[in-house]
Design a binder for this molecule. Structure first.
Ligand SMILES: Nc1ncnc2c1ncn2[C@@H]1O[C@H](COP(=O)(O)OP(=O)(O)O)[C@@H](O)[C@H]1O
Ligand SMILES: [Mg+2]
Length: 342
């Protein structure tokens, strides 16, 4: 199989922690041809999408020490048609490059993309879980999204609880997530001005129910093809509410609770229907707060805590999809021949 990984620069990867390097390593060990592509190196040539792909030179053996593997890899840059890849993993850090998605639109019917381009467009910010049907807020916290300051002020004023979370709609890594006190009226105008101001007609911001117990941490669940394949817990630093590792959180082993399993079961089929095959859920106290669809991380930590190799499940899945597609294609060709020769 030919597998392409769209990533940020190879040199910037931290091989000790990075999930993508584990997926790349697993693909190479299975003797697949692996190319690395940077979004900025996409191009159109003769109406086809090409890219300056860095093919990884195949070797008899690859070091199982990821730092050595990362250092020793030999990359060979060539201009290649992207539809020649059977599968593409989009593994860049958010925010998602919209022009890259436009390039990939032209090949999305010929190549299996994890995650699906249209699914990524739909789910690439926090509106996606906020708009799930859950009338009693059993799994989704009460969430308001707006760029109207007056409306959000009303929401805050009328809140039953005295604490809320304020965060940008398209933030990541915990950036801009703050606890808002309903009665801190002297701050609210300024905060809302600050969060909303920016683009020409302002940014959307989220005011969300504060989930009690968040200081005990959140659960990151990796979902593959609608099923949980691993999880770990992230505990915020003592002086913070954000569990993100980037924001100083620390990692712990975790076994999914009944409620967490129920969330996975409830939303799994929708994720698959939207082409969101490999995602990371963030769950606090049985409530789903985020679905990370662009390059979810956690493989390394889950592997360490559970002595698993999550990456092999992911590559198994992609191999399965491609082999299914190929069999269908060959069956069709042979059936066509049968009719032509009848
Ligand atoms: N409604 C909430 N109640 C309590 N804590 C929250 C809430 N929303 C976010 N947090 C905390 O902030 C962290 C980051 O929030 P999240 O919505 O996942 O945004 P990001 O995309 O920045 O990770 C969460 O992991 C959690 O620790
Ligand atoms: Mg998060």
């Amino acid at each position: 199989m030919n597998i392409c990984f769209i990533i940020d620069p190879w040199e910037e990867i931290n091989p000790e922690e990075d999930s993508t390097i584990r997926l790349i390593h697993e693909s190479l060990v299975r003797n697949h041809t692996v190319g690395i592509l940077y979004p900025y190196s996409l191009t159109i040539r003769d109406s086809n999408t090409y890219g300056f792909v860095r093919l990884i030179k195949k070797q008899e053996k690859y070091s199982t020490n990821y730092t050595t593997f990362h250092k020793k890899v030999i990359l060979n840059k060539q201009l290649l048609p992207i539809s020649g890849f059977d599968a593409i993993f989009i593994r860049t850090n958010p925010p998602l490059d919209q022009i890259m998605l436009n390039f990939l639109d032209s090949i999305k019917d010929q190549t299996f993309i994890v995650n699906d381009i249209d699914g990524l467009r739909r789910a690439n910010n926090k509106l996606y879980p906020a708009s799930f049907e859950d009338p009693k807020n059993e799994i989704i916290p009460v969430t308001h999204v707006s760029k109207s300051k007056n409306y959000l002020k009303e929401v805050i004023k009328n809140s039953v609880k005295d604490k809320m979370i304020l965060k940008p709609l398209d933030g990541f890594g915990g950036s801009g997530v703050i606890v808002l006190e309903r009665d801190a009226t002297q701050n609210i105008n300024s905060l809302l001005d600050f969060y909303i101001s920016g683009k020409r007609d302002g940014n959307y911001v989220i005011v969300q129910e504060f989930i009690e117990g968040a200081e005990e941490g959140d659960t990151r669940v990796l979902m593959l093809n609608g099923e949980p394949i691993g999880a770990y817990r992230r505990i915020p630093a003592q002086d913070d509410i954000r569990s993100n590792i980037k924001a100083g959180g620390s990692a712990q082993k975790h076994v999914l609770s009944k409620q967490e399993k129920l969330i996975c079961k409830k939303i799994g089929p929708k994720l698959v229907a939207d082409g969101l095959y490999f995602v990371g859920l963030d769950i606090i106290k049985g409530k789903l707060i985020e679905i990370n669809v662009v390059s979810p991380g956690g493989i390394t930590r889950i592997n360490k805590f559970n002595r698993t190799k999550i990456q092999s499940k992911v590559i198994d899945f992609v191999e399965h999809v491609i082999s299914h597609k190929e069999k269908a294609y060959h069956r069709k060709q042979s059936h066509k021949k049968l009719i032509e020769n009848a």
